[in-house]
Each structure stands twice: as structure tokens, then as C-alpha cells.
Design a protein around this ligand. Structure first.
Ligand SMILES: Cc1cc2nc3c(=O)[nH]c(=O)nc-3n(C[C@H](O)[C@H](O)[C@H](O)COP(=O)(O)O)c2cc1C
Length: 189
């Protein structure tokens, strides 16, 4: 069996993003499960707000990089913060840039298996936003796993280094990451 390639990213630009910390942990578990994993930080990509006029002058370097990495991946670990019950503008913007196709190119999301995570200091863990993320990604052909994980009170389960200190939460994060690796391995056989 070939080793599945997984991209991990979070829909936040914040330096101390809880969702970035959560997806870093999911990435670590996916790596331990035998996948090749790359964590992408959207803040490093410097994506402008999507504008077809900008795109017509040439896809920005960061957007092209994101697109290329997603196109080459078998699976995606995605953590989405919840803003006002929905997806962040930052994540939707990244999806919009990456979703643009050129003739003959492999689409970034189509037939890619995706595992959805969310984290929030609040009591629902960003669960409501995940419905919207699922809807968007399913609509562009991603195979979004039925299982997902929203972690409430995220600030209480992370230690100072950003690792998950609560074993029950760590098990849930690991289990979803392992499921993604398992499905991605079967898809890329
Ligand atoms: C504009 C805005 C709207 C928010 N709306 C929600 C919300 O609907 N539900 C929720 O659980 N948290 C909400 N929050 C709080 C975020 O969950 C919190 O800021 C979180 O740390 C963001 O994720 P990050 O740490 O990965 O950046 C909101 C925050 C902002 C700035």
C-alpha cells in the first residue's frame, strides 16, 4: 500500500489559534498512523481576498502553492473556527482560491477525503460552523467523513506547548485522524 499524503490546515490567521493547535495535534496523530503529513499555515500564504480581476493577472504565489499541495494530497485534515455560527472568511477565501481550476488540471478538493475538526472556547466547540464547511466541501466533490470533532472549552484541554493534555480529547482527535489515514490509504491504492 502506498503512503497517503495528507495536508493539515486551520481556518485562522491568529498566532495563537486554538484551531491551528488542534490540527497540529491531528497531524501528529496522522503521522504516527503512517501517513505523509504536511501542515500548512494560512497566515504564511498571504492570500488576498479572492477577486477574479487579481486572478486574471496571475494566481498569487500563496494561492498557487495551496492549490498545488491540495491537488497532490489524498486527504485533508481541516480545523474550522466558528464565527457567528459559520465558517471564517479566511477559510472560505482559501477554499475559493484553491477551488479554481485550469483546463486539464486536477481539482483541489474533488475525491479528496476530508476530516473536519473545530475548536472553540465556547460550549459547542464550533459545531454549527462545521455544518456549513461540510456543505461547501461536499458541494465541490470532497468526500467529507461522516464523523467529525468539535472540541468545546478548548483552552482547558491544551497545555502550554499546544499539546492536548486531556486524554479523552486526545483519543478523539487521534481516532478521527486515524480514520482519515485509513480511508485515504484505500482511495490511493
Ligand atoms: C467575529 C467572531 C465571531 C465568533 N463567533 C463564534 C461563534 O459563533 N461560536 C463560537 O463558538 N465562537 C465564536 N467566536 C469565538 C471563537 O471561537 C474564538 O475567537 C476562537 O479562538 C477562534 O478560533 P482560533 O483560536 O483558531 O482563531 C467568534 C469570534 C469572533 C472574532
Amino acid at each position: 500500500m502506498t503512503v497517503p499524503k495528507i495536508i493539515a490546515l486551520a481556518g485562522s490567521l491568529r498566532k495563537n489559534s486554538f484551531n491551528q493547535k488542534l490540527i497540529n495535534e491531528a497531524a501528529r496523530f496522522a503521522l504516527e498512523s503512517g501517513a505523509e503529513v504536511e501542515v500548512i499555515k494560512l497566515a504564511d500564504l498571504d492570500l488576498p481576498i479572492f477577486d477574479e480581476d487579481i486572478e486574471a493577472q496571475g494566481t498569487p504565489v500563496g494561492a498557487q502553492l495551496l492549490k498545488d499541495k491540495l491537488r497532490a494530497a489524498d486527504g485533508i485534515l481541516l480545523a474550522s473556527p466558528e464565527y457567528n455560527g459559520s465558517i471564517t472568511a479566511v477559510l472560505k477565501n482559501a477554499i475559493d482560491w484553491a477551488s479554481r481550476t485550469e483546463q486539464g488540471a486536477v481539482p483541489a478538493f474533488r475525491n479528496k477525503v476530508t476530516a473536519l475538526y473545530a475548536a472553540s472556547p465556547g460550549g459547542l466547540g464550533g459545531l454549527r460552523g462545521l455544518n456549513h464547511v461540510r456543505d461547501i466541501l461536499s458541494g465541490i466533490g470532497s468526500l467529507v467523513l461522516a464523523d467529525q470533532l468539535a472540541v468545546p472549552a478548548i483552552h482547558t484541554v491544551l497545555d502550554e506547548s499546544g499539546k492536548i493534555s486531556d486524554p479523552v480529547t486526545a483519543d478523539k482527535v487521534a481516532s478521527l485522524a486515524q480514520q482519515l489515514v485509513s480511508v485515504a490509504s484505500k482511495l490511493n491504492k
